[in-house]
Ligand binder design. Structure first.
Ligand code: PGA
Length: 240
């Protein structure tokens, strides 16, 4: 993996947006793997700026998001469906029919997950996958566990994830389950870019970059990916 360290969190977004810009500008049709959470928001803002300036277009792109809560209506302000529309899709020219977000309310979750992986494969695979990292080392909602997951699946969230994300749930209870792309689904992406900023991520980054490859720190598997870049600010990189 390649590690890029920036002096400030603000310097991370333009550099990460450059990865998307060069892909969108060089390939006829792009498959984007997208993420939610605080980490990618400045990058999405930068991409919107570049779209408004006529530098990039999402007309010839499809997107697949990493994960979605189970049991929240899509219209809920905390659903990742809402998050992605508010933070990116509503402000760029992506065609809604090319937007893929797991349906956390599907009656048959196993089928929903299998169909999602099949749709990614049918699209030709993800060209670039954006990731954040949890303080516990999770990627997507692949929580620390005894074994790396395979394809997209339903997961029970750990207490630390519930604690981290509860700040957003002021009006409704935070869901305890989610659907997430599995480790194998993520590792199949042709390129992976992970963003981490702030001291709260330093320990997880240290374990992911320097620790053994173990499902106890799911992000450590990225050491085995042939084309993966970590975009870090000094604080997130402080234990490297
Ligand atoms: P954050 O979350 O970007 O909101 O810190 C990242 C994650 O939990 O994967």
């Amino acid at each position: 993996m390649e590690i890029k360290i920036f002096d400030t969190p603000d310097a991370v977004a333009p550099a990460c947006a450059d990865e998307f810009t060069s892909l969108l500008s060089s390939k006829d049709y792009c498959i984007l793997g997208l993420a939610t959470g605080a980490s990618p928001v400045p990058t999405y803002r930068e991409l919107i700026k570049r779209f408004n300036a006529g530098v990039i277009s999402f007309k010839h792109a499809s997107s697949f998001n990493l994960d979605e809560y189970v049991g929240l209506p899509r219209s809920d302000k905390n659903s990742y469906y809402t998050f992605m529309h508010e933070n990116l899709f509503n402000s760029v020219d992506i065609n809604e029919k090319n937007v893929h977000i797991l349906n956390g309310n599907a009656e048959d979750t196993e089928k929903e997950c299998a169909d999602y992986d099949a749709a990614i494969d049918a699209a030709g695979g993800i060209d670039i996958q954006l990731l954040g990292i949890g303080t516990n080392g999770h990627i997507g909602f692949n929580e620390p566990s005894d074994a790396f997951s395979d394809g997209t699946f339903k997961v029970k969230l750990t207490d630390s994830t519930v604690q981290s994300n509860s700040i957003y749930f002021t009006e409704s209870a935070m869901p305890r389950y989610a659907l997430t792309m599995g480790i194998n689904s993520i590792m199949k992406a042709k390129k992976i870019v992970l963003i981490a900023t702030g001291t709260s991520k330093a320990e997880a980054i240290k374990n992911a970059v320097k620790g053994e490859v173990t499902p106890r720190c799911p992000a450590s598997v990225l050491q085995k990916h042939p084309n993966c870049i970590f975009f870090l600010d000094r604080a997130a990189a402080s234990l490297l």
